[in-house]
Design a binder for this molecule. Structure first.
Ligand SMILES: C[S@@+](CC[C@H](N)C(=O)[O-])C[C@H]1O[C@@H](n2cnc3c(N)ncnc32)[C@H](O)[C@@H]1O
Length: 248
């Protein structure tokens, strides 16, 4: 069982519409990240592309997109409308597409699904390997501040048809865990309880910057997705990096 398998039926509604409207995020990614820093970009590698929600919008806008994700069920949703060769089932910490891209994109805090710093380092290496020199890596994180705040918050409830979805986050010694409870309506007042745990992690912004700067990338911009200016209380931060050295 992979991350989001049980939550999949509700995933797009909760993640892509209620929490972060797709059109706002695609506009931001396209105009403020790609057009601003790599206006000549034509092909995008989207890591952790999930159900292809973002990729679909970039294809409509004329880009070529290759998507990679570790969960075949997320990709099964994605492949309904697209050519399968543009979609790859692989782990973003260890893959080789034998091709370089103008943009490597990993959004909606997908990198936070990697639980260890070693995996984050491997992710950066993979991004480096698949980028042309001078071109850009765009990814976002949920900050440690955000995860700590969510653990203190009340549970979030969403109602879909007759079903109810409840999301809570807990802090564990080395990571954070979403506990997703789905109360699936059967008949009358009968519900089936389905639970799923999604593990996530984050690291200090300073550690991420140090790692990428010391090795292979130049920071072009970091943005608080909600408020613009990054602060100690930023919840979601986007980074735009440029590959500067041809060492791969
Ligand atoms: C929050 S979803 C984001 C999906 C998509 N980027 C979007 O904006 O809707 C996170 C995705 O990361 C994928 N994922 C988690 N760990 C992964 C890994 N090691 N390699 C590739 N994909 C991974 C999950 O399967 C899931 O589809």
């Amino acid at each position: 069982m992979k991350t989001y398998d049980k939550f999949l039926d509700y995933y797009e509604e909760v993640v892509r519409w209620i929490n972060s409207p797709l059109e706002d995020e695609v506009f931001f990614l396209k105009e403020d990240c790609i057009v601003e820093y790599n206006p000549d970009a034509k092909n995008i590698l989207e890591l952790a592309c999930g159900t292809w929600a973002v990729a679909k919008e970039f294809i409509k806008a004329g880009y070529e997109v290759t998507g990679l994700d570790i969960n075949e069920n997320m990709l099964a949703k994605a492949t309904k409308n697209i050519w399968k060769e543009n979609i790859v089932l692989w782990d973003m910490t260890n893959f080789d597409l034998w091709k370089k891209f103008d943009v490597v994109l990993c959004n909606y805090n997908s990198i936070c699904h990697l639980l260890t710093w070693v995996e984050w380092q491997s992710f950066f290496e993979m991004a480096y390997k698949h980028l042309e020199v001078g071109w850009i890596l765009v990814f976002d994180i949920n900050t440690l501040f955000e995860f700590e705040s969510i653990t203190r918050d009340f549970a979030q409830f969403y109602t879909f048809w007759d079903d109810v979805v409840c999301l809570e986050m807990f802090k564990k010694p080395s990571h954070f865990e979403w506990l997703i409870k789905i109360f699936s309506h059967k008949k009358d007042s009968e519900f089936e309880l389905i639970t799923e745990v999604v593990k996530e992690n984050s690291f200090p912004i300073s550690k991420i910057e140090k790692e990428l700067k010391a090795k292979w990338f130049k920071l072009l911009e970091k943005v608080d997705y909600h408020y613009g200016q990054v602060s100690a209380e930023s919840e979601r931060v986007y980074f735009i990096w440029q590959k500067i050295l041809g060492i791969s």
